[in-house]
Design a protein around this ligand. Sequence first.
Ligand SMILES: Cc1cc2nc3c(=O)[nH]c(=O)nc-3n(C[C@H](O)[C@H](O)[C@H](O)COP(=O)(O)O)c2cc1C
Length: 164
Amino acid sequence: MAAEHTVLDPRTMRDVMGNFCTGVTVITALDGGDPLGFACQSFSSVSLDPPLVSFCPARTSTTWPKIREIGTFAINVLAESQRTLCAAFAVSGGNKFRGIRWAPGDNGAPAIEGALARVEATIENEVDAGDHTIVIARVTGLTTLHNGGPLLFYRGEYGHYSRM
Ligand SMILES: Cc1cc2nc3c(=O)[nH]c(=O)nc-3n(C[C@H](O)[C@H](O)[C@H](O)COP(=O)(O)O)c2cc1C
């Protein structure tokens, strides 16, 4: 296929960046007794020493400002079986945890049952970045929970991993 050079509009940005396949996480915190969370694919490892990760909440997110205020959260790395769960956490508002099995993790943030791994963290820094912000988070806990396959997101669709 010949390379196509296209205009720099948000739709094109989304489409072209969609070629970069990622895993998907749900970032959670406990607000008093109430669990909060939103689906997030912009998660990345940043530094090993000190242990830092990053992710980018949209400015339109209603959940991130609440998690920011709590300051302590968990990044749940989703397994391939959690596609429906992911969709529930990708909508704004409502009780996203209805029917979801979870328990407080080591730092109190909701640990979603069936996730592949969990990274517990606190906010180190947050930087403005257009219609999103970049959160740099300090890792306080790391757990691999099981060895199943990851949920992947590619060109706007879910998929699963297969080894070459
Ligand atoms: C696969 C996938 C990846 C997403 N990644 C992000 C992300 O990196 N950052 C973000 O702010 N929203 C992301 N979203 C959208 C949010 O999950 C959604 O806007 C959010 O749940 C809105 O709810 P809130 O208003 O409760 O924050 C993603 C959605 C999906 C389905």
